[in-house]
Design a protein around this ligand. Sequence first.
Ligand code: AMP
Length: 282
Amino acid sequence: MKVCKTVRQIKIEINKAIRAGKSVGFVPTMGYLHDGHLSLIKRARKENDIVVVSIFVNPTQFGEGEDLESYPRDLDRDCRLVEKEGTDFVFAPSAEEMYPHGYMSYVDVEGNITKQLCGKSRVGHFKGVATVVSKLFNIVTPNKAYFGQKDAQQVAVLEQMVRDLNFNIEIVPCPIVREADGLALSSRNTYLSQKERQDALILSKSLIEAEEMIKNGERDAAKIKNFIINNIKTVEYADIDYVEIVNAKTLEDLDQIQGDVLIALAVKIGKPRLIDNIRLEV
Ligand code: AMP
């Protein structure tokens, strides 16, 4: 496995592979990898000749007062983990390499899809995501790119971007990987104290119980939403950013549970703001 830190280096490697007729699978990450990330790499490994993983804590997707500086980083550990999964190339650029002095261009997916859910409280977040992913797509030129359904809104935004900007790249959404007790894996889980880690289970539990209510015939979105909110409020210090029930593709609010349904939430449990969701066809 080769670790490339500059755009020039990774482009040389990928051009060689493409000239040799190889297909390229790409997994963009911010590092501090866990089994959720590794599940994307495993899938990419199965479906492509070469696998490229990027590790870059992208400053443009963090807002003021967010955790850019304290975001956990450990490139050596990450490289050991991805090498074991059969990754061919790691692209780990510096912030200056991606946004050199005089950088000016941004990609903004406008409308409901970026204004809802995380877009409300994290203004500019998806502009940072769309910008860095566009740059990475242009650098890596993959055939397929793998993203976790954990960030369901990110998948919806990037699918829109790929359609709108004619990227010849297939976005492959992959299922959420959870701990045995249900907590969705996240690099930010490392911020949780032992008690918070235990209390954070209220998120996945509420979603599972909501799914059960829907399976038992409940179709009133407001009822389901209130049920989840009241459940989360049993952890008194939990700070709810949102609990929303939307169409999974358009992210438009649903009154009735019907079609391709996404129930998504973001809640601060102590320091970290955690997100989780379930998607179901009704
Ligand atoms: P991040 O490093 O948080 O930017 O995540 C990189 C990729 O891994 C994104 O596509 C995430 O959606 C995905 N990912 C993060 N956590 C999980 C998880 N628990 N299960 C599946 N994919 C995940």
